[in-house]
Write a protein that binds this ligand. Structure first.
Ligand SMILES: C[S@@+](CC[C@H](N)C(=O)[O-])C[C@H]1O[C@@H](n2cnc3c(N)ncnc32)[C@H](O)[C@@H]1O
Length: 297
């Protein structure tokens, strides 16, 4: 039987975390804080069926699915700020030459990077839903078709930097391994891969985190953290920013797990940051998230 994503709301501690995290998230993304208790209450009461629960929440707050609503206007503004910040963060790690934003779906990140960095000669973007791709304005950006879920049409050793932001936990484990293998083929020698993931460290003690992230890191077991990441993924892609076409596989890994996986494909970690505080300068990586940079041997 398929996992019921809402079951964890029956656990008081997990529900408290979800409520607190939703308030922080809402503060930056525009989700009104006064909606949050009602949303969580509906989801908890209807946790036996997530599809029915979403419909009930949308009935109560139709602005969630009305793309002309004030809420969606705030979401669009949040996206603009987020992309600007993430581009600032990524820029120092880019190699000169070509960049692939794998699963980028829109061209906004590449546009922001190209505006900042004239040493980018060409940007490629792809996504599983071609109809949803927002057309680019830059001649330097091309949409690249996918041959399959784990293969692009890009040629051998044609890419200098690959960005994979919040994509890999949306893939099943077999497809994902095929994809990482594909990355090793299209990336040039010493090419860079930037991975952004919802994750946490299994071994490191994280100090000076905000109280919500501290709760996440210290109150819950590994298994519970994975369940919470899955819930947040469902909430983000089905409820607060509905993207029904994004596949939800919940194949999260810890930071150490990602390093181990990429190592088996010949990548070495060169930089890693876990974000455990959110403020005006870090709204692009609302915790728990990590930014990892790998170099292909
Ligand atoms: C949460 S969104 C992240 C989008 C963007 N990278 C960002 O950080 O804002 C997940 C994206 O993963 C993409 N995706 C999931 N599986 C994919 C696959 N096998 N191939 C290409 N894109 C995929 C979806 O199209 C979706 O755009």
């Amino acid at each position: 039987m398929a996992m019921n994503i809402l079951t964890i709301l029956q656990n008081e501690y997990m529900r408290d975390f979800i409520l607190a995290r939703a308030k922080t998230y809402g503060k930056y993304t525009g989700l009104p804080s006064e909606w949050i208790p009602t949303i969580i209450e509906i989801l908890t009461n209807m946790s036996y069926d997530s599809e029915l629960a979403i419909k009930a929440v949308q009935k109560e707050f139709p602005q969630l699915i009305n793309t002309s609503s004030e809420y969606h206007e705030k979401l669009r503004k949040y996206r603009i700020r987020k992309v600007e910040q993430i581009a600032e963060r990524i820029n120092p790690f880019l190699k000169n030459g070509t960049v692939l934003d794998f699963g980028g779906q829109t061209t906004d990140l590449l546009e922001a990077l190209i505006n900042k960095n004239e040493r980018i000669s060409q940007g490629f973007v792809n996504g599983i839903n071609k109809d949803e791709i927002i057309q680019n304005e830059s001649e330097k950006i091309a949409f690249t078709e996918q041959i399959s879920l784990s293969e692009t049409t890009l040629g051998t050793k044609s890419v200098d930097t690959i960005i994979v932001s919040l994509v890999l936990h949306h893939m099943n484990v077999q497809e994902r391994e095929k994809l990482i293998n594909h990355f090793t083929k299209i990336l040039k020698k010493k090419g860079i891969l930037i991975l952004i993931e919802d994750t946490f460290s299994e071994t490191r003690v994280q100090r000076e985190c905000d109280s919500i992230t501290d709760m996440f890191l210290n109150k819950f077991s590994f298994e519970e953290k994975m369940q919470l990441l899955s819930f947040l993924d469902w909430q983000g892609n089905r409820l607060t920013r509905p993207h029904p076409s994004v596949p939800l596989h919940y194949t999260f890994k810890s930071i150490e797990g990602w390093c181990q996986l990429f190592k088996t494909f010949g990548f070495n970690l060169t930089n890693e940051q876990f974000f455990c505080n959110v403020d005006e300068d870090s709204i692009d990586l609302i915790p728990p998230k990590a930014f990892m940079v790998f170099r292909l041997n």
